[in-house]
Design a protein around this ligand. Structure first.
Ligand SMILES: [Zn+2]
Length: 143
């Protein structure tokens, strides 16, 4: 007899997910961004989005990650965020975790976790911002 209640909450989740997707698109930075973003998914974790935003504290790189086939719920995953100058040299390299970790599973909707790091300064125009999944614990990362 709970069937109708379950269906209602399922529909609510779908509507919320759709609304946030639409908002995300509307607030996306213009395509004339001075940077190029690169995603390197691995270990069953997919980089879904990369957002770049200058803030009062520095240059923020944020976004979301989702599950791929093969994800085994291991918490031993983190992200390496790198900025590369136009000539290919590494300007900055920061390791960060995503939250929640492991990425939640839902039967009814796509779930994702979010991440955010703030670099001390904005990289020069033409730089590449690279977000890579690193299949190891954050504490095992040398970065
Ligand atoms: Zn790492």
């Amino acid at each position: 007899m709970n069937t109708s209640n379950n269906l209602k909450s399922y529909l609510a989740v779908v509507i919320i997910a759709t609304a946030s997707t639409v908002t995300g698109c509307a607030s996306a930075p213009p395509t004339s961004s001075p940077y190029r973003a690169e995603r390197h998914s691995a270990g069953g974790v997919r980089i879904e989005s990369i957002r770049l935003a200058p803030t009062s504290k520095g240059f923020q790189v944020s976004g979301s990650v989702g599950r791929m086939v093969g994800y085994d719920n291991s918490p031993r995953r983190h992200l390496d965020v790198e900025t590369l100058a136009p000539d290919g040299s590494v300007l900055a390299r920061v390791a960060t975790t995503f939250n929640p970790n492991p990425i939640r599973r839902s039967r009814f909707s796509r779930t994702s976790s979010s991440y955010a790091v703030t670099l001390p300064e904005a990289p020069p125009t033409g730089s590449v911002i690279r977000v890579s999944v690193h299949a190891a614990s954050r504490s095992d990362c040398q970065h």
